[in-house]
Structure formats: C-alpha cells, structure tokens
Design a protein around this ligand. Structure first.
Ligand code: AMP
Ligand code: ZN
Length: 451
C-alpha cells in the first residue's frame, strides 16, 4: 500500500510495525454544534483507508477522539471554550451539549457506512493522563506558567518548525497585536488554562491547587499514549491541522516521552460548495438533514466523496450529488444481477480495484475500473461482498433477492407477452413497479431492477 506521508512530503510504501495490526488515530470532532457535510468528508476518506488496510490482510487498532472540552474559539489560546459557548446558546449544561452533538455525529458517521473505530475516546475521560503528560513536560523543562495557564515553550523543541515547514521568524513578525503578551513566542501554546475569577467555566479540574481545564492539543497526545502507545503507524486529520494542532501534538508527545509520535501522517483537503467556502454568512452550511430534504441519502454523499481524492480540494454541488446518486443506482442494479444470471470471472477487475486503492487511496480510479466493466460482467455474491468491503456502499444489503411471488409474476408476464396479451403483461409490470421492482427487456432476456 502506497500512501502520501505529510511527514516526508512523499509517497511511501506502507507496512505496519506489527505485521498483523495497524495502529491508527484520527482527530475527531468538537461536539458543540451540528457538523456540516464538509466535516464528514474526512471520515469517509479515512474509512476508505481502513477498508484498504483490511484488503491488505491487516487488522486495525483504531482510536477516534471526541473533543468535549478545551477547544477554544480561537487557535491563539484566546476566546471562549466552544462547549461552554454552545451550552450558553442552548440553555443546557456543557455535558448535555456534548452528549447531544456526540450522538448526532455518531448517527451520521454510522449512516455514512463508516466502520466503527476500535475505541472512541472522550477528552474529558483523559484529564489524569493530560496532567501526567504536563508534569512530564515540566520536569523536562518544556513549560512555563503565565497568569492564565501553563504553556509549552516551543523554543525548547528544536524541530518544532519541521513538520509544517513553518517559518517561525515570519510567524513572530506577523503576530497579531493582541497576541497574549505573556507568551514568550507566538507559536507557544496552552497545555492547561486556569479558570479566571468570575469566569463561567463548568468543566474544571484541580491541578496544582487551582481549578483549570486542558488546552485543546493535549488530549490527542494523552489519548494516544494511553490507548495505542507511540509510535503509532498512521495519524489522520484535516490539512488545517498541520501547522498548529498536529505540530503541537508532535511537540508534546515527542518531548514528554522521547519517542516518535507517528510514522505516517495523512491529511485530507477541504471542500467548497458551488465554488465558495462553506460559511454561515453564505448560507451554504449544509448538513445531512438538508440533503435528505432534497431527496439524497448518506450513501449518495458517500459515493460523491469516493469520486474524488482525499488530497484534492474539491467542489461540491447538487448536480454532482445527483450524478453520484445515479451511479449508486447503477451499482445497485449491477448487484441485483447476481440473483439473475450466472456469474462471470471478475478476478482481474478485483485486482485492478485493489491496486487503485493501494495507490494512495485512488477511489476515483477504482470506481472507473468498475464502471468500465458494468455492462459486460455478471457479478457473483462474492464479488459484491468484495465491492462492499472495499467501498462500503452496502450494495448487497440494498439489493436482496425478490420473493418467489414476484418471480412468479415475472414469469407470468413473460407468458402473457408471448401470447400477445399486452394488457395482462402491462398490468403485471405496474403491479411489480408498485413493489419497487422494474422490469427491463434486454437483448439477453428480461431482468428486474430497482424501480
Ligand atoms: P470546524 O468545526 O470548522 O473547526 O471543523 C472541524 C474540522 O472539520 C476541521 O478541523 C477541518 O479539518 C474539517 N473541515 C472544516 N471545514 C471543512 C471543509 N469545508 N471541508 C473539509 N473539511 C472541513
Ligand atoms: Zn488531534
């Protein structure tokens, strides 16, 4: 399997450290509001990664985190905790807000056909691990305290700029005026923040005799340390995480534990909608309810995501989603043929699809390979299972065989047609159509499809 590794900026051959199991971590959502469809592209891409890992005969130990504390509204360690803000907006407790949006996220996650991670880790369950990590960093001289928290001193980590190819001098020169003057450098970041007097912050824990809460970046380092153990094989996230969040994760873990955090780093690019950035002011922050209102399912969207590449910036439009829906219908009708015709050999196609996926998850090429063969190949049950394993489009489940009564109706229709009783044959066709079955007369005989 070849993957583009952000760490080396190269396509590399991937094999796991353990010959059987791949240790993989995905930065998950901050659960303070409804996620939009753009937020979910990542989980479909990384699901494709898991499926490709499995096609190679490996199993995965996969952790996804849920950020339910500490993610501030600004990346500069200023602003409000997103969860606290959500709670105020909705007149609920932070815990209720976290619970509600976590369930909402996971419902969409499942409906998209994403394989459940081995473990889902909530940030608030790892506070002790955060404190252990910060203590480690302090003992090693990587931290300093300010009036509002404990900060990571990035000047003590000489390779800090390497991962994101940061220009730290430039960063300093361009630092915003309001940047916290107690920070030694703009790239330093909060590991722990104190609750200020009079500050309404419901989530708080005692550390060093004061109440406070973790910074955003620490949870991923702690969770990885507690669950998978460094070095992991693959770490995934959005491209926006490269210069700050992932750079900081690396600085924390590698300084605290003297190990490489991850061997491979994969980053997905952003989508735009109708050529524009997804934003509230443009009114294009679609979620899955909006898609459903227009008649589209989660699996239509999954197909749309698979039509592109995780590293490409992509543009979403409802025309493209319609095309993806049509393609999914074609695949379902192809899958339905396994109940109707003798299967032909599909080994070569299967090999080509696996090769495309092994080539840095080129799902668009893999789908194109299938398209080229749709009209002259007959699938077996096993081939459809393979396609479902590879793409997660649930073709088998959406195309169960028709009932014996329906089969009888089809054969009655053939008899009626043969004896030129077109009224009877049309009536049977209508009857089947009402049951969701379309009859199609082809040069090689009559077949049924999904109406
Ligand atoms: P946000 O809630 O906007 O911070 O988004 C959470 C994560 O979703 C970000 O860190 C991004 O990696 C991802 N994300 C946000 N917007 C998009 C987008 N338009 N396309 C793809 N991913 C996105
Ligand atoms: Zn993370």
């Amino acid at each position: 399997m070849k993957l583009y590794n952000t760490l080396t900026r190269r396509i590399e051959d991937f094999t796991p450290q353990d010959p059987k199991r791949v240790k993989i971590y995905t930065c998950g959502p901050t659960v303070y509001s409804h996620a939009h469809i753009g937020n979910f592209t990542a989980y479909v891409y990384w699901d494709l990664l898991i499926r490709t890992i499995r096609l190679n005969g490996w199993q995965e130990d996969r952790v996804l985190n849920i950020t339910d504390v500490g993610h501030l509204t600004s990346d500069g360690d200023e602003g409000e905790d997103k969860l606290e803000k959500g709670a105020r907006r909705e007149g609920k407790t932070v815990w209720q807000v976290a619970e509600y949006y976590m369930d909402d996220f996971l419902e969409n996650f499942t409906a998209l056909g994403v394989i459940a991670p081995t473990k889902i880790a909530r940030a608030t369950d790892y506070i002790e691990a955060d404190i252990y990590l910060i203590n480690n960093l302090t003992e090693r001289g990587y931290t300093y305290e300010t009036s509002d928290g404990i900060y990571y001193d990035t000047s003590k980590f000489p390779t800090y700029a390497d991962f994101a190819h940061l220009d730290l001098e430039h960063l300093k020169a361009g630092a915003r005026v309001e940047f916290n003057p107690e920070k030694h450098s703009p790239s330093d970041f909060a590991l722990w923040k104190w609750v200020r007097e009079g500050e309404d912050h419901a989530m708080q824990w005692e550390y060093l005799g004061r109440m406070g809460y973790p910074g955003w970046h620490i949870e991923c380092s702690s969770i990885i340390h507690e669950t998978l153990g460094e070095p992991i094989d693959i770490h995934t996230g959005g491209v926006d995480h490269i210069p700050v969040h992932h750079t900081n994760e690396i600085a924390q873990s590698e300084a605290a534990f003297d190990v490489l955090l991850s061997r491979f780093w994969l980053h997905n690019n952003f989508i735009t909608i109708d050529g524009r950035k997804i934003s509230k002011s443009l009114g294009n922050v679609y979620n899955f309810d909006d898609l459903q209102k227009k008649g589209f399912t989660h699996l239509d969207y999954r197909m749309w995501v698979l039509q592109g590449h995780y590293r490409s910036e992509r543009n979403f439009s409802f025309e493209e989603l319609s095309a993806a829906h049509q393609r999914l219908m074609n695949y379902r009708n192809f899958a339905a043929l396994r109940h109707q015709k003798p299967a032909t050999n599909t080994d070569e196609i299967q090999t080509q699809i696996t090769e495309a996926l092994n080539n840095n998850l080129s799902s668009a090429e893999a789908l194109a390979t299938l398209d080229k063969n749709l009209d002259h190949v007959m699938p077996s049950e096993k081939f459809i299972e393979y396609l479902d394993d590879a793409f997660g489009l649930q073709l088998a489940a959406s195309t169960p065989d028709i009932t014996s009564e329906q089969k009888e109706l089809i054969s009655n229709r053939a008899h009626a047609k043969a004896s030129k009783d077109y009224q009877a044959s049309d009536q049977i066709r209508d009857q089947l159509e009402k049951q969701g079955i379309a009859i199609l007369d082809t040069p090689t005989g009559t077949i049924w499809q999904l109406a």
